[in-house]
Ligand binder design. Structure first.
Ligand SMILES: [Zn+2]
Length: 163
């Protein structure tokens, strides 16, 4: 068992040469490596912030739509409009668009069969951001959403997608 655990002198020398080259490399390029790591971290957090900003805007769009629905209802014998177009321009200047979607993504569901209407209210609405617009912000598809029985000031995104 000659040489076990020792390695040949040639291999050892090669190993030492490798580690010397590595050390020299790290010594020479440590600054560049640190800068690269910082840039990567910065890019990653910018990417995350971008998706969180989009989600924040989407939620405030839903909040605005919900408030417009309530104002319409107040003026129309507690009845919600059949579509968003009825809200414009009296209750909202224009139908907002989700910044994470290239097309109109807000879907209006009405009545007892609408999602999250377990009590079966007939005067009920559910509005969601349809599609996979906020996956990168950790939000499942067809969310966030709001409805006529949630707190309009804090549109929720339920864990379970029922739309
Ligand atoms: Zn959205």
């Amino acid at each position: 068992m000659r040489g076990t655990g020792e390695g040949s002198p040639r291999l050892q020398a090669a190993g030492q040469e490798m580690s010397r080259v590595m050390k020299a490399f790290l010594h020479r390029y440590s600054f560049a490596l640190i800068v690269a790591a910082c840039l990567f971290t910065l890019a990653h957090s910018t990417y995350k912030n971008h998706h969180n900003d989009q989600l924040g805007t989407c939620k405030s769009n839903l909040r605005a739509l919900g408030l417009a629905m309530e104002m319409y209802s107040t003026d129309n014998s507690a009845r919600y409009p059949d579509n968003f177009a009825d809200l414009v321009p009296e209750y909202i200047d224009q139908i907002p668009q989700c910044p994470a979607s290239t097309e109109a993504s807000y879907i209006l569901h009405l009545g007892p069969d609408a999602p999250w209407n377990d009590a079966g209210f007939s005067d009920y609405y559910y509005i969601c951001c349809a599609g996979q617009n906020h996956l990168q912000a950790g939000v499942p598809k067809n969310l966030p959403a709001t409805n006529s029985i949630s707190d309009h000031h804090a549109p929720y995104h339920p864990q379970e997608d029922r739309s």
